[in-house]
Design a protein around this ligand. Structure first.
Ligand code: 1DF
Ligand code: MN
Length: 355
């Protein structure tokens, strides 16, 4: 089987910007061993079974290829980056990361994974940038790991794969994590997870629970819960990143603002409190988005127009969406040279403190 991107015929031309891909995934073999044990026990979430159960056992070319790419942090990955003209990958532990594990395993394995990633970044300092994986199951330990990731491993961003066993970061019990991210000035990339047990059925029965739709619905919901719970009033300098064109939230802005105000004014829910600003203000001031999985010029232009050109970044979602034709399509967007460089390179350099 070829290891190249499907249909690599044209390589992207060299450009007057670097291409920095910002939502790229890896999986240590040791994590897959832990996942195998969780799957063998038989009581795993249906979402975890549906996602990792599939990728780890399917004989399909897609699954086999993805598993092989995920576990490599060396020559194979760099070969694929070269074929697609990707100068740098910002790499994170693949979903669900440690969030599918029990608390103790999650805390200790997050450190193992971060050490492995840091080692790969030390080996390939011009090609790889790492995100800090944390275990939300233990918010105090997660805050400590953020501190260690920044001060000892030189990493400047955090990955969290949406909900943790159905719990959302809008719950103040998790807010030590936000305090640490704000204090160290590192953004949190809120990446999708498989859907929680109490949400998955109407999606899974028709095959819409995954990256096709369910991921976006659930991660968008999570980002909104963080906004409406008042996290950014409490942590005004906190930065978050969401992929997949902001999980469609830019398109929702008008309705979110209108209905948030109407709902708060009518005191309909105790759980929906007044905020200092409109929901869209937090999207514009606290969030960055990436176009992972959405190599589509109209969506990118729309998002730039409503969030600002400084807030939209390039991502490939390697190895889940490894398509050289998409890189070429993004190169060919009709966009000023200045804005295209922001999209591909300089916004990521600023957000991830890449020097
Ligand atoms: C898939 C997509 C899996 C994305 C991912 O991680 C992932 C997929 C497990 O297609 O099953 O990160 N994604 O971000 O779109
Ligand atoms: Mn992804």
């Amino acid at each position: 089987m070829t290891t190249s991107a499907p249909g690599v015929v044209n390589h992207p031309k060299s450009a007057d910007y670097q291409r920095i891909a910002t939502e790229e995934a890896f999986a240590p073999a040791e994590m897959l061993d832990i996942y195998r044990k969780i799957l063998e026990k038989g009581d795993a979430d249906p979402g975890f079974k549906g996602l990792m159960g599939f990728y780890m056992s399917s004989p399909s070319a897609r699954a086999q290829h993805i598993m092989r790419c995920l576990t490599d942090l060396d020559q194979l990955r760099i070969q694929h980056m070269d074929e697609c003209g990707i100068d740098k990958q910002v790499i994170a532990l693949t979903a669900p990361g440690v969030q599918a594990m029990d608390k103790a395993t999650a805390v200790s394995f997050s450190q193992v994974a971060n050490d492995q990633l840091a080692e790969a970044v030390r080996k390939h300092p011009t090609r790889f940038v790492g995100m800090i994986a944390v275990a939300p199951q233990d918010p105090v330990a997660a805050a400590k790991e953020i501190e260690r990731g920044v001060s000892k491993l030189g990493m400047n961003s955090v990955i969290i794969n949406s909900h943790t066993h159905g719990e959302y970061l809008s719950d103040p019990k998790f807010w030590d994590i936000f305090a640490a991210a704000e204090a160290h000035d590192v953004p949190i990339y809120l990446h999708p997870n498989s859907l929680p047990a109490n949400m998955i059925q109407p999606f899974q029965e028709c095959g819409l629970d995954g990256a096709i739709y369910g991921f976006g619905v659930e991660t968008g919901l999570h980002a909104l819960r963080i906004i409406t719970s008042g996290v950014f009033d409490r942590f005004p300098k906190l930065k978050m990143i969401i992929g997949h064109m902001g999980e469609a939230l830019p398109f929702w802005i008008y309705r979110l603002d209108y209905m948030h105000r109407a709902t708060v004014l009518s005191k309909r829910y105790d759980s929906m409190k007044p905020l200092l600003k409109k929901p869209s203000d937090y999207l514009r001031e606290n969030f960055f988005i990436t176009n992972s999985g959405v190599a589509w010029e109209p969506a990118i232009k729309f998002s730039q127009s409503v969030l600002g050109v400084d807030r939209v970044m390039y991502a490939m979602d390697y190895p889940y969406q490894y398509q050289v034709d998409e890189v070429i399509a993004m190169d060919n967007m009709s966009m000023s040279a200045e804005d295209k460089k922001k999209f591909f390179q300089t916004n990521a350099e600023t957000v991830f403190k890449i020097r």
